[in-house]
Design a protein around this ligand. Structure first.
Ligand code: NAP
Length: 275
């Protein structure tokens, strides 16, 4: 029997690339998304089922999961991919923006994970793969809310991995660096720049220059992330974290290789301008 992956946020970017990659490897794919009608790349086929799912609507999950299991017989892997970046100045970010960031990135992930666990327990196995981010491990300025949601996801997944090991359910984390998808556009649209907060104007300009000088794209694509997700789904290892992107690995090495003070010194030298 073919294996089956259930993906959230499969309408674009990493989710869509992963749906295509797994389907090409002969897997059954349940590609869930908020607006299936807008989807023109993934089409329902023998091995690909597109279903409507908004991670902010947990009351709908049971029916979607039942439909998926009825269609393919079982689910082997859950990919928690749906998410977006609420970037900007913390002081300029509204409470509503903060709550929504956690509602999608964290609570949505928790709720869909909990909804699938009875199925994984019943079949005595499963794999839960969650996309966090490089900024779930190391931070940069102007992403405090996004980073908080992804750090929370990291803690959630790491702790969950221990209790679910008792049920033969693996938990894995994917940490991409900068990947060219719709993510950047969504981030720009949501950016909290607080035009009234004139005191930050120079800092915002300085950081714009710093980011342009240090981010050269990271060199990885959504297809590279999909390949790593496939590895995580099939390597049967106890590896918890998979890092993708040459822009990210050096920062994680600094974090892992030294003291917290030396790590903070390196980041401050880049992100805190000298007056
Ligand atoms: P993307 O192309 O913007 O894809 C994001 C996906 O999440 C879209 O399918 C979007 O659906 C979906 N989504 C947003 N809110 C949702 C909700 N309430 N319910 C269901 N789906 C929802 O960006 P991406 O880069 O592929 O992002 C995928 C994941 O990778 C995210 O968790 C992101 O944080 C993470 N990530 C991205 C990068 C990067 O540089 N691209 C780096 C690290 C981590 P709609 O089409 O309906 O909006």
């Amino acid at each position: 029997m073919n294996k089956t992956i259930f993906i959230t946020g499969a309408s674009s970017g990493i989710g869509q690339a992963t749906a295509q990659y797994f389907a090409a490897q002969g897997w059954n794919v349940i590609a869930t998304m908020r607006s299936p009608k807008k989807q023109d790349v993934l089409k329902n086929s023998e091995h690909l089922l597109v279903l409507k799912l908004d991670v902010e609507q947990p009351e709908t999950f049971k029916e979607v999961i039942e439909t998926a299991i009825f269609h393919f017989g079982k689910i082997d892997v859950l990919l928690n991919n749906a998410g977006y970046g609420q970037h900007g100045l913390f002081e300029a970010t509204t409470s509503q923006q903060i709550h929504r960031q956690f509602s999608v990135n964290l609570f949505g992930t928790m709720e869909i994970t909990r909804a699938l666990l009875p199925h994984f327990r019943e079949q005595k196995g499963g794999n839960i793969i969650t996309i966090t981010s490089g900024v779930g491990r190391v931070t940069v300025p102007l992403v405090s809310i996004y980073a908080a949601s992804k750090f929370a996801l990291e803690g959630f997944c790491e702790s969950l991995s221990f209790e679910l090991a008792s049920q033969n359910i693996r938990v894995k984390i994917i940490e991409p660096g900068n990947i060219a998808t719709n993510f950047e556009q969504t981030t720009k649209e949501n950016f909290a720049d607080g035009e009234a907060l004139i005191d930050y104007a120079d800092y915002l300009k300085q950081m714009d220059k710093v980011f342009k000088s240090i981010y050269n794209g990271g060199g990885s694509t959504a297809a590279d992330v999909a390949e790593t997700i496939f590895k995580a789904a099939t390597d049967e290892s106890n590896i918890l974290r998979y890092v993708i992107g040459s822009d990210l690995q050096p920062l994680i090495d600094i974090r892992n290789g030294g003291t917290d003070e030396s790590y903070m010194d390196v980041l401050r030298s880049t992100f805190v301008p000298k007056n």
